[in-house]
Ligand binder design. Structure first.
Ligand code: DX5
Ligand code: ZN
Length: 218
């Protein structure tokens, strides 16, 4: 089983003080800074793009984990690669050829990992042809688009399926993770946990990060 990582989602933070919040989260023990990129088309919400990652990169040394909920990921590879993103996660449900996205990143951006995400209603089989070429698989545990939604336990069968076949794979879960749901996700085999509202709504962000992280260790 690979290492446990906690990835706070900045979607639940204050974009007006993004760099400060990222620094604080890193000090509190965050492993990844999870940045949700939405194009208003793949999902019914619009957030940030590569210019924000590029600006953030000037102030932040930590691992910037970009989750692209976009219809055409291929067109954004160069922008995110040049912006200094550490990871580029795109959806298997997007309209581009996944192999082209993976190849473009591998050939041109050695410092950027490439990962794929799968929505709740998509069968796990869709992602299997690509798993060997990926740094991480993100199993969505809510419909992508918004923070603060209820965790979908039914998605954990996909986590268990992947963990059984890929013992060393980084498996990320995203959506509805909290102290109430994290144990089930970890038991199924997740080792990278995204949490937005659970962290930002907590009285102590630092304590919540520590508490969540302590539950990921196997
Ligand atoms: C939703 C995003 C998530 C979101 C998670 O589409 O991908 O990263 O911020 O938020 P919570 O943890 O509040 O469900
Ligand atoms: Zn996300």
């Amino acid at each position: 089983m690979p290492h446990a990582k906690i990835a706070p989602s900045l979607l639940s933070g204050d974009f007006g003080k993004l760099a400060d919040e990222c620094k604080m989260l890193l000090e509190f023990g965050a492993n990844y800074l999870h940045m949700d990129v939405m194009d208003g088309h793949f999902v019914p919400n619009l957030t940030i793009g590569a210019p924000v990652i590029s600006s953030l990169r000037k102030h932040i040394d930590g691992y910037i984990d970009c989750h692209l909920m976009v219809t055409h990921p291929l067109q954004w590879v160069d922008d995110f690669g040049k912006a200094g993103a550490n990871n580029f996660t795109f959806h298997v449900e997007s309209e581009d050829d996944p192999s082209q996205v993976i190849t473009k990143i591998r050939n041109n951006y050695k410092n950027m990992n490439v990962s794929m995400a799968i929505k709740p209603d998509t069968p796990v089989e869709k992602i299997l042809p690509y798993v060997d070429q990926l740094d991480m698989v993100l199993v969505m545990t809510v419909e992508p688009g918004f923070g603060g939604q209820a965790f979908l336990t039914s998605c954990l069968s996909k986590v268990a399926y992947l963990r059984e076949r890929y013992p060393d794979l980084d498996i990320q879960v995203d959506g509805g993770l909290s102290m109430d749901t994290i144990d089930a996700a970890v038991k199924a085999g997740a080792n990278v946990v995204v949490a937005g509202s659970a962290i930002f709504k907590a009285n102590s962000l630092s304590q919540m990060i520590k508490a969540l992280k302590s539950r990921i260790i196997q």
